[in-house]
Design a protein around this ligand. Structure first.
Ligand code: TRP
Length: 348
């Protein structure tokens, strides 16, 4: 019999172009985790609409994220790839968890404060409730490990708090029904975050202190997975640097955010350490380093880019992958949610 593999769940929002930051920060990790985990990778379209999305763009982005997953090497047969809205248990469980989560907890979420900005009264209720839906995504599958970026750490902690409070609030009922599954008799396991360290955080090509982001107005700040070789080379050529040659040691990158970022990208793309990169390029100027970096990035992204294009030409195929993934996701979430309903006391 095969050994139990820990269940991984993660989500990516289908909002606009995927870039190198998404690729190195999330997707490569997702690919690696497949080896010794059972993975569920979700295109979170319900999270996307917490801010306005053009419906046709949303459909396009959902397929694009799916294509990127597949092109990067996620195996949708061994693992599960689907879009969130197809599995109604996410929304149903979110309602129950809305009644577990406290307003005071949500008021502390820094991402809401950032996204809502000054005009909080005009933010959607969904944006405020976003972290509870995220908790539902994870808990609906009793997922044990959740790979996320540093910026999602607080949401993961909230997920654990919600799971713990549910387990406590309903402890007697869970015991009575014999539904305890954690060591201390809880129903929901507390998911472990797998936080992506700052080492793989990809920064803007225009400002090494800012994260590479799809919302940056300058397209020169990021490398999109859909960029062709010319665009990639041009963006790297124009990337901001400083006048010094590259240092011989990693310590020498301190206080040089742009240099650190480009060396970090090289290291991540080549699968080596920053030390290794500086062994080759320490003492050399950017005039030499940038073309080497451009060549490497093109070489690594070109096949993914080509495969994404090929996949996106066959929308029927992409949609069938998502549909099939949703069926398999539902088969896991349905019995768990049926237990939640029993625990809470909903007649069925
Ligand atoms: N909030 C996550 C992000 O923006 C996306 C997400 C939604 C997610 N649901 C999730 C990530 C569940 C991990 C697990 O990156």
């Amino acid at each position: 019999m095969s050994k139990h593999k820990p269940r991984v769940f993660s989500g990516v929002q289908p909002t606009g172009n995927l870039h190198l930051g998404n690729y190195l920060g999330a997707i490569v990790r997702f690919v690696d985790l497949q080896e010794d985990h059972d993975c569920i990778y979700c295109v979170v379209d319900m999270h996307a609409i917490t801010v306005w999305q053009d419906p046709k763009e949303l459909m396009k982005s959902t397929r694009e994220v799916t294509a990127a997953f597949l092109a990067a090497g996620i195996d949708a047969e061994k693992h599960i790839v689907f879009n969130q809205s197809r599995v109604s248990q996410h929304a149903e469980l979110a309602w129950v968890l809305n009644c577990t989560a406290r307003i005071g907890w949500l008021n502390r979420m820094t991402q809401f404060k950032e996204k809502a900005g000054k005009n909080r009264e005009k933010a959607s209720v969904g944006l405020y409730d976003y972290p509870v839906l995220m908790a539902a995504d994870i808990l609906a599958y009793h997922a044990e490990r959740v790979p996320v970026g540093e910026d999602q750490k607080q949401h993961l902690e909230l997920t654990r708090d919600i799971a713990q409070k549910f387990n406590n609030d309903y402890a007697e009922r869970i015991a009575e029904l014999g539904l305890g599954r954690t060591e201390d008799g809880g129903f929901f396991p507390l998911p472990e975050p797998l936080i992506q360290g700052p080492a793989t955080r990809v920064m803007s090509l225009r400002d090494g202190t800012k994260k590479m982001s799809k919302s940056d107005p300058s397209d020169y700040s990021r490398i999109n997975l859909s960029d062709d070789a010319d665009a990639i080379a041009k963006k790297i050529r124009k990337a901001k640097t400083d006048p010094e040659p590259l240092p011989e040691t990693v310590e020498g990158l301190e206080g040089r955010p742009e240099a650190a970022n480009l060396v970090g990208i090289y290291a991540a793309m080549a699968g080596v350490s920053k030390e290794d990169v500086l062994k080759d390029f320490g003492g050399k100027g950017f005039a030499e380093f940038k073309p080497a970096l451009a060549e490497l990035v093109v070489e690594k992204l070109a096949p993914i880019n080509a495969e994404m294009k090929r996949l996106l030409d066959d929308v029927g195929y992409i949609d069938s992958v998502l549909k099939n993934g949703a069926e398999r996701a539902r088969a896991i979430a349905e019995p768990i949610h049926a237990d939640v309903k029993k625990i809470v006391g909903f007649l069925d």
